[in-house]
Design a protein around this ligand. Structure first.
Ligand code: ZN
Length: 254
């Protein structure tokens, strides 16, 4: 059997004990592969992504234990974490009060009472997409069963920037979507339609201004950036505040 070397720890691996990455590198399953989340698609990952992902978990686990986990017991309604539990996979915790979201893997220790967790922590404001999709999968009895997923993609993120979260029901997926919509102020309730209208007007005015400037031949970069920012805010909601909250905490974890 062909022998390879784990590109991270140098351990000798073969086709069984090693995982081949998209760039041809191998990592060992026993040690380095286990450090990664199951949600990470290793087959299409390159080595730098794996090392960044391992660093992301190291930092994320620290933030989870020191900042987010204590909020789980918070009595304050504003500080409460919103939990989206999966069965078997990592669970998602949304923390509007800190502007952070954590994907948390829980490992139960057999024979020893207790558990340990590892986490990837993201800025909620970097969430680029959160889309529902469903898939037919065979269950343990061989019957086809509908599975429900939310596909999450984050901007400005090194390591694992995208993953699919399998939630127990469509209803749970809708609740997660609603949770993010509310944070970004883009739900279509009467209260927020005013907000939407204002952002839409800002976007239209900026774009119109930029187009006018272009027609007059004096288009400047600032006007274009302003217009693009306003369009972005219209589509994604205004994320200034939620990003600032997250950065205040992340500054301590550089
Ligand atoms: Zn290794």
């Amino acid at each position: 059997m062909a022998k390879h070397t784990c590109a991270i720890c140098g351990a000798e691996v073969n086709l069984m004990s090693g995982q081949k990455l998209a760039d041809g590198n191998y990592i060992c399953r026993k040690n380095c592969g286990k450090k990664c989340f199951k949600e990470l698609d290793k087959v299409s990952a390159h080595l730098p992504m794996i090392t960044e992902h391992i660093a992301q978990i190291e930092k994320g686990t620290k933030i989870w234990n020191e900042v987010l986990l204590p909020l789980k017991k918070s009595k304050s309604k504003d500080e409460k974490l919103v939990e989206f539990g999966t069965s078997g996979g990592a669970d998602l915790y949304v923390s509007p009060s800190t502007g952070l979201v954590a994907l948390v893997e829980t490992h139960y220790k057999i024979f020893i009472f207790g558990k340990y967790q590892k986490a990837c922590v993201y800025r909620i404001g970097d969430l680029a997409r959160y889309d529902y999709f469903e898939e037919e999968q065979k269950n343990s009895e061989g019957k086809m069963e509908k599975k429900h997923f939310m596909g999450l993609i984050f901007d400005n993120t090194t390591g694992m920037a995208a993953f699919n979260l399998q939630l127990p029901t469509k209803k749970a997926c809708d609740a997660l979507e609603k949770c993010f919509n509310e944070i970004f102020g883009i739900q279509k309730t009467v209260r927020n339609s005013l907000n939407n209208a204002k952002r839409q007007m800002d976007a239209i005015k900026s774009v119109a201004g930029a187009v006018k400037a272009a027609a007059q031949g004096n288009l400047d970069e600032a006007a274009v950036n302003q217009a693009m920012g306003d369009v972005d805010a219209y589509v994604r909601g205004d994320r200034t505040e939620i990003l600032a909250k997250a950065d205040a905490i992340l500054a301590k974890y550089r």
